[in-house]
Design a protein around this ligand. Structure first.
Ligand code: NAP
Length: 286
């Protein structure tokens, strides 16, 4: 078998176009264009690239770019004061604190100041709690992007065996909860899992977010399974994921490439969350 490739670049473009139309409708109905406040602290080059892309696509979707940049030596109180002012500003629909923050800052304390309604990264305790209880809220962007990919490719979830490798707050945990919400039978693997390949082979849907290049090989994949590779690793020969793509593609039914799979979905879902947040804040039925 040669797996069908799940084209995240194309699906992300569709999502961004839908968001752009939603923004235009909101404005045409007398609302205000959503505003996204990305907050970058310090000058980490990778973070600068991520934030620049988020801002560019935010503007392309018709939203206001309300970016803020703080120096790397800013103190906790000043960073907190900035978050508080964005929280109180009605022009700001969504706040995204780019992680990691410099080591001397308490990032969790800063995240905790973001109101749940403006938490477009879905990372606050309030939104994580809503997700854990199966109640509506803003969802973390990467796992919600995976759900859109699964739906776009008509991957059956109800009653399916889903295995998630990784249990981070950013990806693994919310991923498992979103799959559970859709009535998959979910198993979560982590660094202490005994015989990872044996557990993964149960999966109809296998989502790998471990941060270890090539962790999942063909021996860990059931023939015909859908394999979603969240991992991103920058090597001398380009980007790679957590899955040995060439080997797994010979066994799986569908697979996400790296790059061009899950990666482009993350920013698309950030924009979708920002529109959702703005619509709800403006009382327009969102
Ligand atoms: P993380 O916080 O480091 O979490 C990694 C998880 O994998 C942990 O739960 C860890 O288990 C588990 N793990 C580590 N080694 C394992 C092993 N040998 N077998 C099974 N599980 C193992 O990473 P993350 O933030 O979730 O990110 C995961 C990957 O996704 C990274 O490559 C990251 O760059 C990428 N990522 C991509 C996007 C995107 O937009 N595509 C977004 C976010 C992250 P323990 O809990 O036991 O330590």
């Amino acid at each position: 078998m040669t797996a069908a490739v799940i084209d995240g670049t194309a699906v992300a473009r569709q999502v961004r176009e839908e968001v752009g139309k939603g923004v235009a409708q909101l404005v045409a109905a007398g609302g205000t264009a959503p505003g996204l406040a990305t907050v970058l602290i310090g000058d980490d080059p990778a973070s600068e690239v991520y934030v620049r892309n988020k801002r560019r696509l935010c503007v392309a979707a018709g939203m206001a770019d309300l970016h803020r940049h703080l120096p790397g030596d800013v103190d906790q109180a000043s960073a907190a004061a900035l978050i508080d002012s964005l929280a109180a500003d009605p022009a700001v629909s969504g706040i995204l604190l780019q992680l990691p923050t410099p080591a001397h800052l308490d990032a969790e304390a800063l995240l905790a100041r973001i109101p749940a309604a403006k938490d477009v990264d879905g990372l606050t305790t309030a939104n994580a709690g809503l997700l854990a209880q199966g109640r509506p809220g803003l969802r973390p962007c990467t796992p919600s992007g995976v759900m859109v990919l699964l739906d776009q490719y008509d991957v059956p979830l109800q009653g399916a065996e889903a295995v998630v490798v990784g249990r981070s707050v950013l990806v693994g945990r919310p991923m498992a909860q979103l799959l559970l919400e859709r009535n998959a039978t979910v198993t979560i693997c982590h660094s202490r899992t005994r015989d990872l390949a044996e557990v993964c082979r149960r999966a109809d849907v296998l989502v790998v977010a471990a941060g270890i290049p090539g962790l999942v090989g063909a021996d860990a994949v059931k023939p015909g399974a859908t394999v979603i590779d969240v991992g991103i690793h920058r090597g001398e020969d380009g980007l790679h994921g957590d899955v040995d793509t060439a080997a797994v593609a010979a066994v799986a039914g569908r697979i996400t490439p790296v790059p061009g799979g899950v990666g482009p979905m993350t920013i698309a879902m950030l924009l979708a969350n920002t529109l959702t947040a703005a619509t709800a804040q403006q009382g327009s039925g969102g």
